[in-house]
Design a protein around this ligand. Structure first.
Ligand SMILES: [Zn+2]
Length: 169
């Protein structure tokens, strides 16, 4: 019994307190390199960029066309966050799990327009949710862990600026 508890702790699982992942002090390359003058409007999603900040707004007629970081990631098929969901309980509850993930994404996107789910796919019985942002993928992972228990793991790929989150239950 003692060993099982130690094992659970070693895997970072504390009931009711999902583990946090602290991002290294690095900026998303899709966001960092683009703060042009004037106003831009994304031709794909319609967000407007003013002084480097993308927001929901009415573009002025002078606005130039420029794809936003989220739509560029979607076009490049290069997610910033990848959440893998696996385990028999997660599979049994997959409808609820997906509903929870979508709720979190909806709430986050309403506040942060660049943070979106890119795709939800199934591979070998595992669900894989990819996101345009490293914070959204963490928020979904924490919400699933909080709602359904299980265990949560993080792995950050420095070079690719990509956060992989694994939740299993
Ligand atoms: Zn866009």
């Amino acid at each position: 019994m003692k060993h099982q508890n130690e094992g659970a702790r070693a895997h970072g699982y504390t009931p009711g307190r999902p583990p946090q992942f602290v991002m290294p002090a690095r900026h998303d390359p899709y966001r960092a390199d683009n703060k042009p003058q004037g106003e831009q409007v994304c031709p794909d999603c319609g967000l407007v960029n003013r002084r480097g900040r993308w927001m929901r707004a009415q573009a002025t007629p002078q606005a130039q066309s420029l794809a936003c970081p989220a739509c560029r990631r979607i076009a490049d098929k290069l997610p910033a966050g990848i959440l893998t969901i696996e385990g028999p309980y997660a599979f049994e509850k997959r409808e609820d799990v997906l509903a929870t993930a979508r709720n979190v994404a909806e709430k986050v996107e309403s506040e942060h327009a660049l943070e979106r789910i890119m795709s939800i796919e199934t591979f070998d019985g595992r669900l894989v949710i990819s996101t345009t942002d490293v914070h959204l993928v963490q928020a979904i992972g924490r919400a699933l862990h909080g709602a359904f228990g299980g265990s949560l793991h993080y792995g950050f790929q420095e070079g690719d600026y990509q956060l992989r989150v694994n939740w299993s239950a």
